[in-house]
Design a protein around this ligand. Sequence first.
Ligand SMILES: Cc1cc2nc3c(=O)[nH]c(=O)nc-3n(C[C@H](O)[C@H](O)[C@H](O)COP(=O)(O)O)c2cc1C
Length: 207
Amino acid sequence: MLQSPKEKLASELRVLCIAGSPRRDGNTDLLLRQIAAGAASREAQTKTVILSELDISPCRHCDSCLKTGKCVIDDDMQWLHTDLREADRVVLASPIFFMGVTAQTKAMIDRCQALWVIKYVLKLPVAINPGKERRGIFVSVGGTKLSNLFQPAIATIKSWFTTLDISYDGELVFSGIDEKGSIIQHPTALKDAFTAGQRLADANLPE
Ligand SMILES: Cc1cc2nc3c(=O)[nH]c(=O)nc-3n(C[C@H](O)[C@H](O)[C@H](O)COP(=O)(O)O)c2cc1C
């Protein structure tokens, strides 16, 4: 069947969903799945990577990337760098651990220092298609209801997105969610996540 121009644009949209929780099928995983389903319902191409199943060492600050923009550590971050540079949309899902993102998420972010070098030292484009708009959102939950619960993590994600030339499209966050899977009991969360995925994909389409 022939695709309409709108469908064609959407199917070319690459949405990279990053699961940062070490707890499989937990609250952020469930939200992320809905976001991916929402984006897929708009014909976007989605790919989900599960950080806890990957081999990603922490940054060693060896400064080897300073001249080349390439990280010398030979692990899964090598291909994830490419995925991050190719994505049109990035969804980062991480629960709050001690007021920040999880260790798995932070290790992945810190390893983007090589991309920081590409942008700020080598002054080269980070995105594979620099002319194409790149957007991202942050998805999170925390067990407590502290008023500033998500602020430190949001600051981290914003700084990371800036390095990747991704504009921060906002966050989908829920406090007071602690037990595995308890997000299902939230009256709107899963539906909100599906809609957020649709919106993220729709943002590419001309009216
Ligand atoms: C090591 C650890 C640290 C945590 N730190 C916080 C915290 O600082 N604030 C908070 O509200 N919840 C904290 N939590 C609770 C988690 O954010 C909560 O259980 C969340 O629902 C886990 O999401 P997941 O199911 O996607 O893994 C922590 C949990 C763990 C295991």
